[in-house]
Design a protein around this ligand. Structure first.
Ligand code: UDP
Length: 321
């Protein structure tokens, strides 16, 4: 198949491109980022990389032609940006996404959309099934702009399907991690902790560290993503992609310390100090993954300790340690 992957040079995108190429597909990746994470794919004749923005409508119009599937992953997904640059979050995650979906509809291209567990907000009834409520704060709180942008995209896909019969699939990811996640020290909690441990700095657990997440290793997530994308039965459905292995942030820091044999001290820092006023964290985030298990007989295989070991090894090697 001829496939377009937006955000194809990003963390998840790079793994998805690789898997699609292994399956014999022709893949075009569009991304603002450099091609560092997809360097190893560049020599593949079936792979094309375009370093550009999904906000460029004429580029997208041209690239969507004759594509059978669109994996739309291009997005700003860094919690700090939700509060420091909400305009940019909405321009990319909402406006550019909707424009891309319209082009896909014109071309009758199936859409595989990367949504997020953030759409559930802070619904206290854990674990969340795909049909559960969204519980969010006021629109004056910038922190929710990411969740709302992704949810509006989901609405748009349901509407496109209802009114124009365009097939789609939606993935709601629950904290995917692994080698190449982010530059050390940036973005999400695991690369931030890892940089601190590797540099023997104090490790910054936000708040009291009792907030929980579940973490899914990238190979497990990509396996589900690609299998679902080509599963007819899964068309026009939403899927939680995650594990039920709940871990609080203090435990996470301690586990990384143990697995990596690190020495850093773990400290607690106030949310306000990091995010400024108006940030609200999600206290617990756990998916119900019975739907994906049922549809494709899938279950995450890599434990948190094993996944962390592989991730730590990757970053140690990268740093020549
Ligand atoms: N976190 C932390 N210390 C850090 C970075 C993040 O304790 O230096 C916490 C953050 O407050 C949140 C959790 O780790 O409770 C997961 O944060 P991340 O940014 O990875 O993404 P989220 O799951 O919140 O979207």
């Amino acid at each position: 198949m001829d496939i377009l992957v937006t955000g194809g040079a990003g963390f998840l995108g790079s793994y998805i491109c690789q898997r699609l190429l292994e399956l014999g597909h022709k893949v075009t990746a569009i991304d603002m980022a450099s091609g560092e994470k997809i360097e190893h794919l560049m020599s593949d004749r079936k792979f094309t990389f375009i370093q550009d923005s999904v906000c460029d409508l004429s580029l997208m119009e041209h690239q969507m032609k004759n594509k059978e599937v669109l994996f739309h992953l291009a997005a700003i997904a860094d919690p700090l940006k939700y509060v420091t640059n909400p305009l940019n979050v909405m321009e990319v995650d909402l406006l550019a996404a909707i424009n891309t979906f319209k082009l896909a509809a014109e071309n009758r291209t199936k859409i595989a959309f990367s949504s997020t567990s953030e759409v559930f907000g802070r619904n206290p009834d854990i674990p969340w099934k795909e049909t559960d409520d969204r519980v969010l704060g006021a629109t004056s709180v910038n922190r929710w702009c990411y969740s709302s942008s992704k949810a509006a995209c989901e609405h748009f896909l349901f509407a496109l399907h209802k009114q124009e019969k365009l097939p789609f699939i939606i993935y709601r990811f629950f904290n995917v991690y692994g080698p190449k996640l982010d530059d050390l020290g940036h973005g999400r909690v695991i690369p931030i902790f890892l940089k601190q441990f590797l540099h023997q700095e104090e490790v910054t657990v936000h708040g009291d560290g009792k907030q929980t997440r579940t973490f899914i290793y990238v190979d497990d997530a990509v396996d589900a993503v690609v299998r679902l994308a080509f599963c007819k039965k899964a068309e026009n459905e939403v899927f939680n992609i995650g594990t039920d292995d709940e871990c609080n942030m203090h435990q996470l820091a301690k586990t990384i310390k143990k697995v990596g044999g690190f020495k850093s001290k773990i400290k607690f820092v106030d949310y306000q100090q990091v995010f400024g006023k108006g940030f609200e964290d999600i206290p617990r985030r756990i998916p119900d993954t019975s739907k994906v298990s049922k549809f494709i007989k899938w279950k995450a295989k890599v434990s948190l300790e094993e996944g962390l070991r592989r991730t730590i090894d990757y970053y140690k090697k990268k740093k020549g340690l």
